[in-house]
Design a protein around this ligand. Structure first.
Ligand code: NAP
Length: 251
C-alpha cells in the first residue's frame, strides 16, 4: 500500500553520502523508494552496497564541493541517471576547531564554502529543475549551532546559523512554486565530524550530561525526519528547522 511517506518514482541527490549522516540519509531515502544519487569526493561503494541490500536504486557522482564548479553537472548527473531531480539533501559539511582569537582566514573560508556557499548554489541549480515541475524538496543539514553559539568553531557556527537563515529565505521564495525547503538540525551524533569531541573526555562528558536522552545519536535515527520532509506528508511544511537532538534544546 502506498503511504504519504512513499518516495517511489522520486530522485534524491544526497551530498556527502559516503559516510556518517549523509550515508544514513541516503539509505533511508532509498528505503522509502527514492532513487539516490550520492555526491562527494570519496568512494560511495559502502553506501551503494547498503542500498543494494535494500534492492534500492543508487548511482554516484564524484565532486569536490569546496567550490561551486560542479553544481550544474551534479544536477545533470541526476537527470541522466534517473530522469528527474525531486529531492536535494545538502549534507556535506566540514568543521574546523580553534579559539576565535587565533582563527585563520583559511579555516573561515573552507568551512563557509562547503557548508553554506555550495549548499546555496546547488539548491539554486536543483530548483531550476524543480520549479518547472511545480514540485521539489530541499533539505539542509543544519546543527545545534544554527541555534546556539558553541565554542572554538566560529566559521562552523556562522555557516550553520547562515544555513538556517537561508532555509527560511528559500522557503519564502519557493514555497509558492511547490518547493518545500526545510532543514534538519542534528544534535550530537557519532560520526567523523564529532571524533575530536568524543575523544576529549571533559567535553564528551559535559555534552552527555546535557542530553536528556542520555546518549549520543546514531545517524540512522535521522532517517525518519529526512523521509518525512522529502515526502508528501510534509507538503505544507516550509522553512522549518527540525531538531533531532535527544532533547538537547529542550534542556
Ligand atoms: P562526516 O562523517 O565528517 O561527513 C561529512 C561529509 O561531507 C562526508 O561525506 C565528507 O566527505 C563530505 N564532504 C566534506 N567536504 C567535502 C567536499 N569538499 N566535497 C565533497 N564532500 C565533502 O560528518 P557528519 O557528522 O556525517 O556530517 C554530515 C553533516 O551533518 C555535516 O553538514 C555536519 O555539519 C552535520 N552535522 C553533524 C552533526 C554530528 O553530530 N555529527 C551534528 C550536526 C550537524 P569525505 O568523507 O570525503 O570527507
Amino acid at each position: 500500500m502506498k503511504t504519504c511517506f512513499d518516495l517511489s518514482g522520486r530522485t534524491a541527490i544526497v551530498t556527502g553520502a559516503n559516510t556518517g549522516i549523509g550515508q544514513a540519509l541516503a539509505v533511508a531515502l532509498a528505503g522509502a523508494g527514492a532513487a539516490v544519487l550520492g555526491v562527494g569526493r570519496s568512494s560511495m561503494a559502502e553506501t551503494e552496497g547498503m542500498i543494494a541490500d535494500l534492492h534500492g536504486r543508487f548511482a554516484s557522482y564524484s565532486a569536490d564541493l569546496s567550490t561551486i564548479d560542479p553544481v550544474d553537472a551534479i544536477v545533470d548527473a541526476a537527470m541522466s541517471s534517473f530522469g528527474s531531480v525531486d529531492i536535494l539533501v545538502n549534507n556535506a559539511g566540514i568543521i574546523r576547531r580553534a579559539d576565535a582569537i587565533d582563527f585563520t582566514e583559511a579555516d573561515w573560508d573552507a568551512v563557509m564554502d562547503v557548508n553554506l556557499k555550495t549548499a546555496f548554489f546547488l539548491s539554486q541549480a536543483a530548483a531550476k529543475r524543480m520549479i518547472p515541475n511545480g514540485r521539489g524538496k530541499i533539505i539542509n543539514i543544519a546543527s545545534m549551532l544554527s541555534f546556539q553559539g558553541g565554542i572554538r568553531i566560529p566559521s562552523y557556527t556562522a555557516s550553520k546559523s547562515g544555513l538556517a537563515g537561508l532555509t527560511r529565505l528559500l522557503a519564502c521564495e519557493w514555497a509558492g512554486k511547490g518547493i518545500n525547503v526545510n532543514a534538519i538540525a542534528p544534535g550530537y551524533f557519532v560520526t567523523n565530524n564529532t571524533t575530536a569531541l568524543r575523544e576529549d573526555a571533559q567535553r564528551s562528558s559535559d555534552i552527555l550530561a546535557r542530553i536528556p536522552a542520555g546518549r549520543w545519536g546514531n545517524p540512522e535515527e535521522l532517517g525518519g525526519a529526512a523521509v518525512f520532509l522529502a515526502s508528501d506528508a510534509a507538503a505544507y511544511v516550509h522553512g522549518t528547522i527540525l531538531p533531532v537532538d535527544g532533547g538537547w534544546l529542550a534542556r
